[in-house]
Design a protein around this ligand. Structure first.
Ligand code: HEC
Ligand code: HEC
Length: 477
């Protein structure tokens, strides 16, 4: 795995809010001041749920407190994001009451030029979440000289992070330069170029990505996102960023995409906790049923005061667990048996499965794989509004038209290796209408892979497959 030895120690240590990581917004002219746009779900809540009641914060403030804005990003330690910075521990409990220098064990070498300063934050222990300024570093003694004495003394073993958020900041500037004109400042897929593109740039805010190597219920992995940036998405406007961005830069921008995705997902889920009772629509319905606005607001106040903390914890724990799981070996789809060698017999079996009633790829992709099965002509209902979409065909979770791929072209957005297609069939395409076929046996999936890879080479698509030998695959697995 790429850059596996990174340390994620800020992440493991609980719920503290960590340090600011941004350039100063006040130096920027207004036209450059990008901001995160709140989602429709948040904007659809009654004003008090959005903005808070009396001194109780609403969804917007709860969100800003944890994520900041593009000029003042926050590195919220609950998120499994590598915000950057050097982590370490206090090497020995300082003697005396006035703590102005500290011996530290750092995870990597650290230098501080004459006149430079660094920001350090205590993440665990009595002193946390204190932020101190380091004005000097004695490399020999491994000792930091602090700008001023600490109010609460730290103890041996307390976790400290120096320069938290540096990586996030680099990721942000790369993103603003290379991605935001398509994917938008907030990652809503709505940058100025987006309206001219089909398919549209991904809106990250659902936390859902299509071309993953992970199991159906798992999130996207860092490796998946890196692969998308290296290869681009074939047949779409999503370009490759190699060699424009080097490995380190790819890593930084991937962390920023993950940060934006988690922000969006957190917002959706948090607003979701309130929307059943406090969306403007729900409130209108409650008023029509005779409830007074005053009572609704007072009930919301109780919710914010008594239940919101639990909701916040639930949503953030869920986020941290699921995004962390995606990078584990358990999440990766690994076939139990190697690819069944490609042969006319295997392709024939694959085609049988493709057409079978139980599996029925043809229902969407068509008998000959042209992407024109019966499902492409029906009118679907929007699952949220229950209204019919204006155009026939399938739609993805972003409400975009989502036509099944024309398999006769041999262009695969998620990669053209047999293992890529295996994973596509095993897990489906997340957020799209391409379902998971994980209950098929390994061999069955491999037969289908062999058949799919042969479709572009059939002389008359939909008829007997050609003998093996001229299939579009250089590599096995
Ligand atoms: C010219 C417009 C454009 C630019 C610039 C662009 N993208 Fe994309 N991106 C797209 C489109 C279009 C898609 C959707 C492809 C699809 O749905 O099949 C996409 C999809 C993605 C996906 C989703 C892949 C998946 O599996 O769901 C990621 C991640 C992504 N882009 C990241 C980036 C990053 C990071 C940058 C900047 C370094 C970037 N993109 C720059 C247009 C763009
Ligand atoms: C309910 C409809 C549906 C069924 C059933 C279905 N697909 Fe799909 N398939 C889609 C859609 C929609 C897409 C395009 C998704 C996207 O890119 O957003 C797709 C995309 C694909 C792709 C392109 C992958 C890539 O990387 O670009 C392949 C290959 C594929 N399907 C194979 C199959 C096979 C094989 C079966 C049966 C085992 C199958 N599909 C069943 C709807 C379906």
């Amino acid at each position: 795995m790429f850059l596996k030895n990174r340390h994620f120690s800020i992440v493991t240590c609980g719920l503290l809010l960590a340090v600011v990581a941004g350039c100063s917004g006040s130096d920027l002219p207004d036209s450059f001041k990008a901001r995160f746009v709140y989602s429709d779900r948040t904007e659809g809540l009654m004003k008090e749920a959005q903005n808070g009641v009396e001194d109780l914060p609403g969804v917007k403030e709860l969100l800003d407190e944890r994520f900041g804005d593009p000029q003042h990003l926050l590195a919220w330690s609950q998120l499994p994001v590598d915000f950057g910075g050097l982590s370490g521990t206090v090497a020995e409990t300082p003697a005396g009451d006035v703590v102005k220098d500290l011996k530290l064990n750092l995870s990597d070498s650290f230098t501080l030029e004459e006149g430079q300063t660094a920001v350090a934050q205590f993440v665990t222990g009595e002193a946390a979440p204190a932020v101190v300024i380091i004005t000097g570093w004695d490399a020999e003694k491994s000792e930091a000289i602090l700008a001023s004495a600490m109010e609460t003394a730290p103890a041996q073993g307390d976790l400290v992070v120096i320069g938290a958020g540096e990586r996030l900041q680099t990721g942000r500037s790369l993103y603003m330069q290379h991605c935001s004109h398509c994917h938008g400042t907030s990652g809503d897929g709505n940058g100025p170029t987006a309206e001219y593109l089909y398919p549209r740039p991904r809106d990250y805010r659902h936390g859902v990505f299509k071309f993953t190597s992970t199991k159906p219920q798992s999130k996207v992995s860092r490796d998946d996102l890196t692969r998308v940036l290296r290869n681009g998405v074939a047949g779409t406007y999503m370009p490759s960023f190699v060699p424009m961005l080097n490995d380190e830069q790819l890593y930084d921008v991937v962390e920023y995409v993950r940060f934006l995705s988690m922000r969006g997902e957190f917002e959706r889920k948090l607003a979701g906790e309130l929307s059943a009772d406090y969306s403007q629509d729900a409130v209108d319905a409650r008023k029509a049923d005779g409830e007074s606005y005053k009572d609704i607001v007072s009930e919301l106040k109780d919710f914010l005061a008594e239940d919101m903390a639990d909701s916040l914890e639930f949503v953030s724990d869920d986020l941290a667990t699921s995004w962390t799981e995606a990078d584990t070996d358990d999440a990766l789809i690994t076939p139990n048996s190697p690819r069944v060698p490609d042969s006319p017999e295997s392709r024939r079996l694959g085609r049988e499965l493709y057409l079978s009633k139980a599996i029925n790829c043809a229902d969407c992709h068509g008998v000959a794989g042209n992407g024109n099965g019966p499902q492409t002509t029906i009118y679907e209902k929007n699952p949220v509004t229950q209204e019919l979409y204006s155009e026939p065909g399938l739609h993805d979770v972003w409400d975009n038209l989502n036509q099944p791929r024309n398999l006769t072209y041999g262009i695969y957005r998620g990669g053209r290796r047999p293992i890529d297609l295996y994973r596509r069939i095993y897990a489906g395409i997340k957020g799209s209408r391409m379902p998971s076929f994980k209950n098929l046996k390994d061999d069955e999936i491999w037969h289908i892979v062999n058949y799919v890879l042969s479709i572009p080479f059939e002389p008359e698509p939909g008829h007997a497959p050609l003998p093996a030998g001229d299939v579009a695959t250089a590599s096995n697995n």
